[in-house]
Design a protein around this ligand. Structure first.
Ligand SMILES: Nc1ccn([C@@H]2O[C@H](COP(=O)(O)OP(=O)(O)OP(=O)(O)O)[C@@H](O)[C@H]2O)c(=O)n1
Ligand SMILES: C[C@](O)(CO)[C@H](O)COP(=O)(O)O
Length: 226
C-alpha cells in the first residue's frame, strides 16, 4: 500500500499582499511551506510527497524550502497551474502509482499527524475523506437587501485539508471535472459530484489556512501553545 501526499503551493497569495508568495513567509523561524512539508515528511506511514509550486520556482524551492531541512520523502517538485485545481491535477500525475493520496494546502502548516492519519484511515475504509471543522457560530443567509434567514448549524462543516482519497477515485474525479470544465474550491467536491461518499473527519480549529496577514499573527500565537 503506497500512501502519497500532494502538497499544493502553486498560488500567488493575492489576499496576503506580501512581496513574495505567502507560502515562503517565515512562521516560527522557518518558511511556512517547509513547516508543512516537515509534518508530512515525519508522518510514519506516508511514503512519498509531491510538491506543486508556482511555475519557475521549482529550482529555488528545492534550494531554499527543501534542501536546508533534509526532507527524505519528496519525489518531485512540479509546476502548478492557473488554479488550485489545476495545480492538484499536475501533482496527482506524479503519484499515479500510489494507492491513497492526501491533498493538502502548503499554507496549512498547523496540520497534525493525527488528522492526517484519520483521513487516510477513512479513505482506506470508504474511498474519500475530508478534514472539516464543525461550525459553532450562528449562521445567517442574506437574500437581497433585507431578507435573512437563520440556517440550522448542526449539519454545517467548514472544509479544511487534508482531503484524502483512493488515488484512482480522485484521478477519475479530476478527469471528469476537467472534461466538463467544472471548477471546485476543494477536491472533495469533485468526488461528491460523481455520487461517491466522502467521510467527514473532525479537525482541530488550529489547522487554519493562512490567507491574510491576520492569519500570520494567529498562527504565530497558535505555535506558542504548549
Ligand atoms: N493556482 C494555484 C492556486 C493556489 N494553490 C495553492 O492552494 C492553496 C490554497 O489556496 P489559497 O489560499 O487560495 O492560495 P492563493 O491562491 O495563493 O491565495 P489568493 O487566493 O489570496 O491569491 C495554497 O497552498 C496555494 O498555494 C495552488 O497550488 N495553485
Ligand atoms: C481547499 C480549501 O483549503 C478548503 O478550505 C480551500 O477551499 C482553498 O481555497 P479558498 O479560495 O481559500 O477557499
Amino acid at each position: 500500500m503506497i500512501r502519497a501526499a500532494v502538497i499544493t503551493a502553486g498560488g500567488v497569495g493575492r489576499r496576503m499582499g506580501s512581496a513574495v508568495p505567502k507560502q515562503y513567509l517565515h512562521l516560527g523561524g522557518m518558511p511556512m511551506l517547509s513547516r508543512t512539508l516537515r509534518v508530512f515528511d515525519e508522518h510514519p506511514t506516508i511514503d512519498v510527497i509531491v510538491l506543486t509550486v508556482p511555475p519557475g520556482d521549482e529550482a529555488s524551492c528545492r534550494k531554499e524550502i527543501i534542501k536546508p531541512f533534509g526532507f527524505k520523502k519528496i519525489r518531485d517538485v512540479v509546476s502548478g497551474g492557473a488554479t488550485r485545481q489545476e495545480s492538484v491535477w499536475n501533482g496527482l500525475q506524479a503519484v499515479r502509482d500510489s494507492d491513497l493520496v492526501a491533498i493538502h494546502d502548503g499554507v496549512r502548516p498547523l496540520v497534525s499527524h493525527d488528522i492526517i492519519t484519520a483521513t487516510f484511515n477513512a479513505a482506506e475504509e470508504i474511498g474519500a475523506s475530508v478534514a472539516c471543522r464543525q461550525i459553532k457560530e450562528t449562521v445567517k443567509r442574506k437574500t437581497g437587501d433585507s431578507t435573512i434567514e437563520t440556517i440550522p448549524r448542526a449539519d454545517l462543516w467548514l472544509a479544511h485539508t487534508p482531503q484524502t482519497f483512493r488515488t484512482a477515485i480522485i484521478l477519475e474525479a479530476h478527469k471528469k471535472a476537467r472534461e466538463s470544465a467544472f471548477e471546485g474550491t476543494d477536491d472533495a467536491v469533485l468526488v461528491e459530484r460523481l455520487g461517491f461518499p466522502v467521510k467527514i473527519v473532525q479537525d482541530s480549529e488550529d489547522n487554519i489556512k493562512i490567507t491574510t496577514p491576520r492569519d500570520m499573527i494567529l498562527a504565530e500565537l497558535l505555535l506558542q501553545q504548549p
